[in-house]
Ligand binder design. Sequence first.
Ligand SMILES: Cc1cc2nc3c(=O)[nH]c(=O)nc-3n(C[C@H](O)[C@H](O)[C@H](O)COP(=O)(O)OP(=O)(O)OC[C@H]3O[C@@H](n4cnc5c(N)ncnc54)[C@H](O)[C@@H]3O)c2cc1C
Length: 483
Amino acid sequence: MIRTGDEYRAGLRDGREIWIDGERVSDVTKHPAFKPIVDIRSRMYDMQHDAKYKDRLTYQENGETLTKFYKPPREKQDWNDKVDIVDAVMKDIGGVVTRVGDETIGEVWSLMDGRDVLAEFNPEFANNVDRHVARVLAEDIFHVSANTDPKGDRSRAPKDQDPDMLVHVTKETDAGIIIRGAKYETAAAYADQAFLKPTVGAWTNEELSDYAVGCIVKMGAPGVKHICRSGFAGKNSPADYPLANKFDEVEALVVFDDVLIPWEDIFFYRHTKAAQFIRSTLHRYSAFPYVLRLLYVADMMIGAAMWNAKQTGLEKLQSVKEKLADLVCYREGINAHLTASIAMAEKSPGGLLMPQQSMLYAGRVFACSQLPAMMHIARELCGGQICITPNAASFKAEGSGDWLKKFYTLNEKWESEDRRKLLAFARDLLNSDYAGHRLTFVQFAQAPHFNHLAAVYGSFDFSGPLDFVRKAADLSDRIGSSK
Ligand SMILES: Cc1cc2nc3c(=O)[nH]c(=O)nc-3n(C[C@H](O)[C@H](O)[C@H](O)COP(=O)(O)OP(=O)(O)OC[C@H]3O[C@@H](n4cnc5c(N)ncnc54)[C@H](O)[C@@H]3O)c2cc1C
């Protein structure tokens, strides 16, 4: 069953506890900080019913219409479809949203590959994974990610500090387990549920395995408290900050104050090996949509910079062309990694189709680590006017408006209003507090850089280069196996 936007909105009115700027939110679908992003997620639901997009975004199975976003990938076409539907959504909404469900559901698919590990402890937990993958698809659930604890002072063992610094199990009951702690989560306040699992492996001894817990948490469950950071939407006018006002994906510190997790929502519990497994495979599928989003960020930078060069007549300069070409190399570098990872996709242990892993993870390192440099180039190309241009109100006001129209009109084609709009867009993309926030999001939200490199190291087959050099340098057999 695919949901409508209104059905999604109705699901959010479940009495959930959300706090922002010191106030409790009464209706997340109407609050100014959340409404724009809730509307975008609703639009994505409605697109699946829209005759223009229905066939692109959905498919039929056993007489049911289901979303391609949540279809577990089994063949290359499934991945090509995912690229296509993200393209449809980004172009329809006219911007980039990342944490809207398709990018986080892959974390649960990676548990399907770990069925054996989970079943070792309790076969029911492995069945829970299958049931949840099917449920998300059948009910079109908006699912987010809960990895990162506040962590506290990591020079101390978890048990030597406030135990709530890391999410842990405090009690087992007939109905399920009780958890305490907190996680940072993007989009939690307006999502249906989160997949909660540990980030740190510093508790690999048995004594601390209460911290080794993986489960689904309903975002409106009793004891779940969303304490959100301030929003960017509504702070300034949409005419001046068009991206911040539409695409802010609000993060929260989500506190679990003795939350009951029913047995059927648990994937692993007191199972250190399962926790280690999920850490090593977590982004096996979900890195793909994460990196794909950056293709659209690159397109926004190329578009903003190129329009600016066209407006100002600077596009004919060789040095300007070279900077634009650098942005294109970035864009095509991301495209190449994603395309190759599908072309070389490989079967997973659970029978799904994984994007070729070292290609995908290398693409993530490339896309995330080069973004600051690319933003610098795009900013250079747009010029200093992105930070010194007065706001839309000044362009309208008597007294200042005529002067601004005079100095921002470039020629008969480029009137001042188009120039103002382009500079406002570029400012919000490259220079505003929202732009800075998004840069940090890209660098951290799917783990920090050292972790991205660890994924590359762990997935690359080093035997090729080792054997190549062993032969080319005529090394002896004494130095051991390349594996
Ligand atoms: C905008 C934003 C959105 C986010 N959304 C989500 C979300 O939806 N769900 C979620 O679970 N989390 C989310 N996060 C949290 C994110 O996953 C964490 O920020 C990230 O995992 C790093 O953890 P930390 O912030 O505790 O930093 P720390 O662990 O304190 O690390 C800080 C820095 O210390 C260094 N460092 C730490 N440990 C090591 C190590 N072992 N080896 C080498 N260097 C190290 C690195 O330079 C690292 O970048 C989000 C974060 C941001 C900023």
